[in-house]
Design a protein around this ligand. Sequence first.
Ligand code: IPD
Ligand code: CA
Ligand code: CA
Ligand code: CA
Length: 269
Amino acid sequence: MNKEKRDMLFNQAKDWVLEAGRNIRHKIKDPLHIDTKSNANDLVTAMDKETEEFFADHIKGKYPDHSILSEEGFGDDLNSLEGVVWIIDPIDGTMNFVHQKKNFAISLAIYEDGIGEIGLIYDVMSDVLYQAKHGEGAYKNDIPLTPLDKDKKFEEVVFGLNHFWLCENRLVGEKYMQQFVKDVRGTRTYGSAALEFAFVAEGVLDGYLSMNLAPWDVAAGMVIVKETGGVTTNIDGNQLSLLDKDSVLTVNPSIQERLLDSYIKVGRK
Ligand code: IPD
Ligand code: CA
Ligand code: CA
Ligand code: CA
């Protein structure tokens, strides 16, 4: 994508993200309309749908030849990332939205022919926008994020993961992940994959690991993390397809090998 097109789409996407965020803040005290999806803890609210519909209507109205990949059903059924694709999670961290009314984000990415061009992650209640354009660095609001520490010491790592890694699970023996938790300085669980990606880009987390994420959970985060020198793969170290769900590791490369070799590969089921 040329710079002029990227800048134009970035400015438009940013305006829509900020507008959608203002709408959510304005209605944050309204009564919630909550449904469940795959199970009783898989929540969706009218606000998730309203926000996604806002993006879909605006994108389809202005860019009818672009495609949309999104969580709540207003996007397209895609089996390739050809052309310009907007990958959107209208509210990432719906459980936080419902229970805490904070700590959730809008995640919006624009890819062209599979290449991540634009990433926006908006922490709505804090009014903090993480943003990146391919090859142009990443920003928190308008302040550039610094490149990740190339010599991160494993003993000083602060790492994002949820507690299911410490329970019996289908991917990695829990005793290996328990050892990992003991070996690093600290672990954190925030409940929004998009924000956890943003924190990795910012260097306030040194990595984030998830068992199963969808393209809209990771697409914007991957663009932003890459701009500060982070890498994103599945737990076997392979590239993500961005068309299917997969396990995800986004991480400071200086700890990637030890994490994969000493804990994940040895414990892999
Ligand atoms: C969820 C959040 C959560 C992660 C889940 C995601 P949602 O997204 O990112 O942190 O652990 O796997 O599905 O459903 O709130 O958009
Ligand atoms: Ca969801
Ligand atoms: Ca999500
Ligand atoms: Ca969501």
